[in-house]
Write a protein that binds this ligand. Structure first.
Ligand code: RIB
Ligand code: CA
Length: 319
């Protein structure tokens, strides 16, 4: 029986391991996961920033939320691709824009892959929720193929019918296409929260104001972070009113499924294309020749309701 407990959402909380590269939207995903899931652990990966910084940022978030959730650092570079980061979006620290405290503790280990394997073998029904490059998940699946039929599934943020790091590829998959391909081929339940749905979920000024209106230091810091994050979006995109808050969508796909529309699709990752490396090729053909689905692709979010989930989660940790 998987460890669950009742939560504000209907039904038992899903047990998850959140694999992340904080990252402003990762930070918000940690808040939602802490509020609405049985958060077994946080594993960190290089992505938005180098591993030392994504790990530092995850630890800072556990401090701000008063969590004793274990934090294990993992891969400091992709399987094949060179390490590449996103300071142009998240700043040099990976979490620029707020006066954040130093972490109060070190990471529990630098063996995230072992933590993932051991936890999924000892605990039934664990969801893996990767919201950065999927290097840790791929390494765990390669080292322990039995995980494919032990875990409840994988709910990931990444991909889409368009890219952000290139015209074809979204950052998480672009950063480590080989890892992403292993995840999409693993054979178990898979939920993809790609740019098509996450760009519907923007931290507009009224929504940031709603966060800032929550009493307490946590809300003030998160509003500052969202303000910084949104500035890097609105100044770089022609048509966005705020940052796409990508990562909490992969968590809410599990905790608040009724907020989303999804379609079953066959998705493969391009790993060799000169112009398309890291692309999710989503088979949308209305033809009998289409490939059988391997993935639920989220296509729409009730963005007002979903942002209310975030604001309530922040308020819950601000009491
Ligand atoms: O492309 C958006 C994704 O890349 C998000 O997970 C963001 O945090 C970055 O990791
Ligand atoms: Ca991320």
């Amino acid at each position: 029986m998987s460890p669950t407990s009742m939560s504000p959402i209907a039904g038992p909380k899903p047990s998850i391991i959140l694999d992340c590269d904080p990252g402003h939207d990762d930070a918000i995903a940690i808040v939602v996961a802490a509020r609405h899931t049985n958060l077994l652990g946080i594993t960190t990966v290089a992505g938005n920033a180098p591993l030392s910084l994504t790990t530092r940022n995850a630890l800072i978030m556990t401090d701000l939320l008063g969590l004793d959730t274990p934090v294990h650092s993992g891969a400091e570079r992709p399987l094949v691709a060179p390490p590449r980061h996103a300071g142009y979006v998240h700043g040099a620290s990976g979490l620029d824009g707020a006066d954040l405290p130093d972490p109060s503790r070190p990471a529990d280990s630098d063996h995230a892959i072992d933590f993932i394997i051991d936890t999924c073998r000892s605990t039934e029904g664990v969801w893996l929720v990767p919201i950065g490059p999927m290097t840790n998940i791929a390494l765990a699946l390669r080292a322990a193929p039995d995980l494919a039929h032990r875990i409840a599934g994988i709910s990931l943020m990444g991909g889409g019918t368009f890219g952000n790091r290139t015209a074809a590829a979204e950052f998480n998959l672009w950063a480590d296409p080989e890892a992403a391909a292993m995840v999409f081929e693993y054979g178990g339940p898979l939920i993809m929260s790609g740019l098509d749905v996450t760009h519907q979920f923007q931290a507009t000024p009224p929504r940031i104001d709603a966060v800032r209106a929550v009493p307490g230091r946590l809300a003030e810091l998160l509003a500052d972070l969202l303000t910084f994050f949104s500035h890097t979006y609105t100044t770089r995109h022609d048509d966005m009113g705020g940052a796409a808050v990508h990562d909490p969508i992969a968590v809410m796909a599990l905790t608040h499924p009724d907020l989303f529309t999804r379609v079953a699709r066959h998705v493969v990752i391009e790993t060799r294309g000169e112009h398309t490396r890291g692309m999710t090729l989503i088979d949308q053909r209305a033809l009998i020749e289409r490939h059988p689905p391997n993935c639920d692709v989220l296509t729409h979010v009730d963005d007002d309701a979903a942002f209310a989930v975030i604001t309530e989660a922040i308020a819950a940790f601000s009491r």
